[in-house]
Design a protein around this ligand. Structure first.
Ligand code: FEO
Length: 170
């Protein structure tokens, strides 16, 4: 059994990860609509990763005898009206998720829950990578996105991203 607060925060995080998946599906749809199918692919893969994060948390709770409670997933509420702004919203969202992961880590640390801390280590690292990815997307769009050929190349690069299952095995 886990500490009540740690368990509640992990349950809540399942919802946040599923919301992230939902948000990135919205991003994917936006890019599809404006004809940037590579970016649509990139965020579709990202949505799959977010779903995996939720499933990992669910499995971790279950492995520790905890009840999983699924709540309603909020409607994506970001205004998507510009190819660069959407990328910035992505970075903003990842920074927010990082803060949530750190809050859970902090709760685990305060009750000396080393098992959960070790579980969360993967997520701490993953968030670092996701923030970096989001920053890189912004930088590239700022550098090359206003040029038609540059944008074409970027879109092709984003289209090459393929889904792979998470490296964390519970
Ligand atoms: Fe699951 Fe992008 O954090």
């Amino acid at each position: 059994m886990l500490n009540e607060k740690v368990s509640a925060l992990l349950n809540n995080q399942i919802n946040k990860e599923l919301y992230s998946a939902y948000l990135y599906l919205d991003f994917s749809n936006y890019y599809q609509e404006i004809g940037l199918d590579g970016y649509a692919n990139w965020y579709l893969v990202q949505a799959q990763e977010e779903r995996d994060h939720a499933l990992l948390m669910m499995q971790y709770l279950q492995n520790n005898g905890e009840k999983v409670t699924l709540e309603a997933i909020a409607k994506p509420d970001k205004v998507l009206d510009d190819k660069l702004t959407v990328l910035k919203l992505g970075l903003e969202h990842e920074c927010y998720v990082t803060s949530l992961i750190h809050t859970i880590y902090d709760a685990a640390y305060s009750v000396r829950d080393f098992r959960t801390m070790q579980f969360l280590d993967w997520f701490v690292k993953e968030q670092g990578e996701e923030e970096k990815n989001a920053e890189d997307l912004i930088k590239k769009m700022e550098l090359f996105g206003d040029d038609a050929k540059g944008l074409y190349m970027l879109n092709s690069e984003m289209g090459a991203r393929v889904y792979s299952a998470p490296s964390l095995v519970l």
